[in-house]
Ligand binder design. Structure first.
Ligand code: ZN
Length: 451
């Protein structure tokens, strides 16, 4: 399908270029032209479906670099608890009862919610099950994503099989929408030997199914809480004298194709090692605040030139997939913690949610900005609303005033996935009904086990 989006304000996110009365021409999956509407309307007349963006802002789709999509099933199930108690007493016990079909349905719900909030790419870490899974859910929704399989020391054999099948069946599949990753859960749940092995597995899978252009990346949680270091030392009887990043580096885990979520408790030395290895970061401020984990030293990491992107984390530690909320929270908390209102200005935060998100996922050649030759992943935001009035600066409104419900139309890979807030690929009500049913069945299974 060919598209011409016209008469909008285009936030290209390419060196801050904003085009008023702008237009974008899309052929099949790709952006083929950008410019003034007056010029593009002449060039791309017949054969182009038109989208009138008058009074609207067109921006690159937001990129959520840390999710656990299927966990939408547990949204609101357990709140207001510390991370370890939350995981061990609440989340992990109920997760034992989740089936492959449940995972698929939960991921569908997150995929829909993401699209409706202007997010066009999501990096998700969960359990891969061959029958039904998060990859299928994203592909069915038309959402772009990296699907990982989360690995723990307690189930190595199962993980090895899942990683192989995930990469084989899904890497660079669904018209290039889906890529895959290898995901050690965290340094306190994956022993040093297995951590080493998982890097080796990632290298081997890349040889078989990946390429330099389309790599199978790594995705891990590190330094989410201040007591993590102690926990790793105790659990595996190791000494981490030089910190967690030196430990992971010695195990061969750190490289430019690894994205690390959280990074709350980091030392100067940790950050220098990350910089040296060009490790990518996913900052998850809403989840970190909710679990009271702490505040990541984002401005220091940015100073060092690290690629810091943004994520929501799971729908049960956030509890939404709203990247607009994440952007605003990011801008606010780093000003507050550093007592400096000039830090993390709107433009920089927008970059973290778009161009830097793409870079963090090693996908920057195809997505993250509105540029000729890149894939058409776009969000159109309706600015004809009281909270966007008056309009001095679009970037300011997108970070400080916009809500996910302001997103009107979403295009992924050149395809319209949502138009005027109507999803084109799936029936929302049916999916919400299924999720309610799964909730009831999970609670029943849990009750039966207790009786
Ligand atoms: Zn997480």
């Amino acid at each position: 399908m060919n598209l011409l989006i016209h008469d909008g304000t285009i936030m290209t996110m390419q060196k801050g270029r904003v085009i008023h009365q702008g237009a974008i021409a899309v052929e099949d999956k790709t952006i083929i032209d950008i410019g003034k509407t007056s010029e593009l309307k002449v060039k791309y007349g017949r054969g182009y479906e038109k989208i009138d963006a008058k009074g609207k802002v067109v921006m690159p789709g937001l990129i959520n670099t840390h999710q656990h999509a299927a966990m939408s099933l547990l949204r609101g199930y357990a709140d207001d608890l510390p991370l370890q108690e939350w995981l061990e007493k609440w989340i992990w016990p109920i997760e034992k009862h989740i089936t492959a079909h449940d995972i698929y349905t939960g991921a569908l719900l997150t995929a829909i919610e993401s699209v409706m909030g202007g997010t066009t790419a999501v990096n998700t870490m969960y359990h891969y099950t061959p029958e039904e899974n998060e990859a299928k859910a994203f592909a069915d929704t038309g959402l772009r994503g990296i699907i990982g399989h989360v690995c723990f020391s307690r189930r190595k054999e199962e993980d090895r099989k899942a990683l192989e099948e995930l990469a084989k069946n899904w890497h660079n599949k669904a018209d290039g929408l889906i890529r895959t990753s290898v995901d050690p859960h965290a340094p306190y749940t994956v022993d040093p030997e297995y951590m080493k092995e998982l890097s080796e597995i990632r290298r081997e899978l890349n040889k078989k199914y990946g390429s330099e252009k389309v790599p199978i990346i790594g995705h891990i949680h590190v330094a989410e809480t201040v007591d993590e270091l102690e926990k790793i030392q105790k659990t595996f009887n190791v000494q981490l004298k030089n910190g967690v990043m030196a430990y992971l580096d010695a195990l061969g885990t750190l490289d430019e194709n690894l994205i690390v979520a959280h990074c709350v408790a980091l030392t100067e030395r940790d950050m220098s090692i990350m910089q040296h290895r060009d490790v990518k970061v996913s900052h998850n401020p809403v989840s970190n605040l909710k679990l009271a984990s702490g505040i990541s030293p984002v401005s220091k990491m940015l100073e060092k030139g690290l690629t810091v992107s943004l994520g929501t984390d799971s729908p049960c530690s956030n509890n939404t997939a709203d990247m607009f909320e994440v952007m605003k929270t990011t801008a606010l908390i780093h000003k507050w913690i550093n007592k400096n209102p000039t830090l993390l200005p709107a433009e920089e935060v927008l970059e973290m949610a778009t161009v830097k998100g793409a870079k963090a996922l090693c996908w920057e050649k195809e997505i993250g900005s509105i540029e000729i030759g890149k894939k058409a992943d776009l969000a159109i935001i309706d600015f004809k609303k009281p909270h966007f009035c008056p309009l001095y600066n679009e970037a300011s409104h997108l970070v400080y005033a916009a809500r996910s419900s302001d997103v009107e139309t979403v295009i992924v890979n050149g395809k319209i996935i949502m138009e005027n807030r109507e999803l084109t690929t799936l029936k929302i009500e049916k999916i919400m009904e299924s999720v309610e049913k799964i909730k009831n069945s999970l609670l029943n299974k849990l009750k039966q086990k207790l009786e």
